[in-house]
Design a protein around this ligand. Structure first.
Ligand SMILES: NC(=O)c1ccc[n+]([C@@H]2O[C@H](COP(=O)([O-])OP(=O)(O)OC[C@H]3O[C@@H](n4cnc5c(N)ncnc54)[C@H](OP(=O)(O)O)[C@@H]3O)[C@@H](O)[C@H]2O)c1
Length: 355
């Protein structure tokens, strides 16, 4: 697997890494479905093992994925794998427990120790601030960063990571947010956190930013910060695996049940666009996986993708897309086919007007 270096962190990871959100299984957090249904632990473990066998070295999880379940499955892999060969990322910030805030230093300490125990490891390679909500006046920010720095000094964390521009999940249900706000917010906390790696959502559905001053990839290159790209497959949407006439029905505990992209209108619009991609690049599932992942990898030399999975077949297909770059002209073609799709689909969440 070709390696990418995550900027100044110096971490060398396979260009395609393994996202472990789905294998946490169905889950609820903050009053919302936040997991994935249809998961089988033994299939998940076989998928993880296949990833190592195929040369993957980067695994991304979070304390909150299945409330520790994802970390514990990954911990089973770590028992039989040379720990120092792997780059493990996990996150803190979406689970508050009984603390006044999820970024209260005591809660962070508790979550880190629990993550280490779940994973069965002495350290995590990348420890991310999973969201940018540090209290109404950022009253938890300074202490949270000090806690992170202590974790690093103690050797429990190698690299500090931070979520890219985004809206705190519960706030997305409230009001339409401006993308400018997200970016400004990101810049403001970044000045305090000084992350070495950021994690951003990016895929063929993401509007292309032409202004370099507002483009997260340009920012990361200027600051030599590594970028881990999540949701590269649009959580399955970009593979054209759903029929708009028979949209999927997700069970309780699956976050996709509240996303309008998975409804008939979103799928119908998507199918029309993806037909053009298929006509050019091939129409099989592996063809679509390759275009989706390589489109993301073309966005930055400092970054990698983490692709989620449910089983060994998906892992093998996703890793097989490595090294099969798209040309600049092909990337531009994809971009032009997908341009404006977000506006056409409309609201992001079912029953809300938030993007
Ligand atoms: N920092 C953050 O806040 C954040 C946010 C989101 C994600 N992430 C990380 O990024 C990772 C990737 O994002 P994601 O998992 O949300 O979305 P994704 O990688 O875009 O999509 C993953 C899903 O697509 C389907 N899939 C994957 N490979 C497939 C294949 N070859 N053929 C058919 N279907 C396939 C699977 O779901 P089905 O089989 O059910 O279709 C899988 O769970 C996560 O696992 C997580 O580690 C981080």
């Amino acid at each position: 697997l070709q390696k990418r270096v995550l900027g100044k962190s110096g971490l060398a990871v396979g260009e395609i890494g393994i996202g472990c959100w789905a294998i946490g299984g169905p889950d609820w957090n903050l009053g919302m479905p936040m997991g994935w249904e249809g998961v089988d632990d033994e299939n998940s473990l076989r998928g993880l093992q296949a990833a190592v066998d195929m040369g993957a070295n980067h695994f991304d999880t979070a304390d909150v994925y299945g409330h520790g379940h994802s970390e514990r499955i990954l911990g089973r892999l770590l028992k039989t794998t040379n720990r120092s060969d792997l780059v493990i990322g996990t996150k803190v910030g979406y689970f508050r427990g009984t603390a006044p805030h999820s970024y209260h230093p005591l809660n962070m300490r508790n979550q880190l120790e629990t993550s280490l125990s779940n994973l069965g490891t002495e350290y995590v390679d990348i420890y991310y601030f999973h969201n940018l909500n540090f209290g109404t006046t950022d009253e938890y920010l300074d202490d949270a960063v000090a806690a992170m720095v202590r974790f690093k000094e103690q050797g429990k964390v190698r690299v500090i990571g931070q979520r890219g521009p985004h809206i705190y999940a519960p706030d997305r249900l409230k009001a339409p947010a401006q993308s400018d706000d997200k970016y400004e917010r990101f810049l403001n906390v970044t000045r305090v956190i000084c992350p070495e790696v950021i994690q951003v959502r990016f895929n063929m559905l993401t509007p292309w930013i032409t202004d370099r001053k507002r483009d997260i990839f340009s920012w990361a290159e200027r600051h030599d910060v590594g970028v881990v790209i999540n949701k590269p497959l649009g959580q399955g949407l970009l593979l054209d695996k759903y029929d708009p006439l028979h949209p999927p029905v997700f069970g309780a505990g699956d976050h996709r049940s509240r996303k309008s992209w998975f409804g008939p209108k979103g799928l119908h619009i998507l199918r029309g666009r993806l037909a053009q991609i298929k006509a050019r690049f091939g129409s099989t599932l592996p063809d679509m996986v390759r275009v989706a992942l390589q489109y993301c990898l073309a966005a930055t030399p400092n970054g990698c993708v983490v692709a989620g999975f449910k089983d060994e077949t998906q892992v093998a297909m996703n890793l097989a897309a490595a090294g099969r770059d798209l040309s600049t002209e092909e990337v531009e073609f994809v971009r032009s086919v997908m341009a404006g799709i977000g506006q056409e689909v409309g609201s992001f969440f079912v029953g809300s007007n938030s993007k």
